[in-house]
Ligand binder design. Structure first.
Ligand SMILES: Nc1ncnc2c1ncn2[C@@H]1O[C@H](COP(=O)(O)OP(=O)(O)OP(=O)(O)O)[C@@H](O)[C@H]1O
Length: 257
């Protein structure tokens, strides 16, 4: 799979009469980019706009120099996979049937899944460790189990661009660690973008974008002093970035001072 390059230029999005994104530009290269920022900063809106699900009133998004807004839906689905922040679950599908939906854009009309489609579904379920519930109904799974199935559906698409909105939501600590490892692994072959609230996890990405009030405040590598300053400014006095531990920066909550 050839990793893709995603370019957002001067994005402006208004929702309910409010400017939610204001002139956001960024170039997302193969590797792992984390998007962080306070609640309501516009992170999910940016991800939906990058995915081509929300047409911006201003600016454009291109994947490998092709505008996502003009891309046929099937092409878009093969190139960009999106994991929503909270997915409403309806219907009676099993976990495996849900993951198999990720292959839809690869199937011809009325065509049965090929061996390659079945293998892609199995591999995605193994990657997020959800094979054990393959035949259970999605609706009957816990929040964390369901999140892993929905992540597997995104992986099963085989899309080079993965846009994950708060993928660690509902996951227990061991599965948060497993997901962090998976994201590092996927970053070698994908353009992976994840919205995260866990700043220490975000500082494991190759690059971190800080969004506040719809404006891009910083775009830097985890070691950049400018990025640390933007994080501390964006989250007020609630956090402190400590760059000294084991050579990797960590975000510490200020509980006692
Ligand atoms: N459909 C909508 N109509 C009006 N306003 C909206 C709509 N969707 C989102 N907003 C507003 O846009 C702003 C940005 O929302 P968004 O979900 O992108 O924020 P976020 O950074 O992802 O927040 P969080 O960390 O809380 O998930 C918020 O103020 C939100 O209330």
């Amino acid at each position: 799979m050839k990793p893709a390059r995603v370019e957002a230029r001067d994005l402006g999005v208004q929702l309910g009469g409010r400017a939610v994104l204001r002139g956001v530009s960024c170039l997302l290269q193969p590797g792992w980019t984390a998007i962080v920022g306070p609640n309501g900063a516009g992170k999910s809106t940016l991800l939906r706009t990058l995915a081509g699900l929300l047409p911006p009133q201003q600016g454009d998004v291109e994947v490998d120099a092709q505008s996502v807004s003009r891309m046929p839906a099937r092409d878009r689905a093969r190139r960009i996979a999106w994991l929503a922040q909270s997915s409403a679950v309806t219907g009676d599908l099993t976990a495996r049937e849900t993951v198999a939906l990720g292959r839809l854009a690869h199937l011809g009309l009325f065509a049965a899944p090929t061996r390659a489609d079945e293998d892609a579904v199995d591999a995605a379920m193994r990657a997020t460790e959800c094979e054990a519930w393959a035949h259970r109904r999605l609706q009957a799974l816990s929040g964390g189990e369901r999140q892993r199935v929905l992540l597997a559906r995104a992986l099963a698409t085989g899309a080079p661009v993965l846009l994950l909105d708060e993928p660690t939501t509902h996951l227990d600590p061991p599965h948060q660690v497993a997901l962090a490892r998976l994201m590092r692994h996927l970053a070698a072959t994908h353009t992976l973008v994840s919205v995260l609230h866990d700043l220490t996890l975000a500082l494991r990405a190759d690059r971190v974008l800080v969004l506040r009030d719809g404006l891009l405040q910083a775009d830097g590598a985890p070691g950049d002093a400018g990025l640390h300053a933007a994080l501390e400014a964006s989250f007020g006095h609630a956090i402190r970035i400590d760059a000294s531990r084991g050579g990797r920066p960590v975000a510490l909550p200020r509980l006692d001072d």
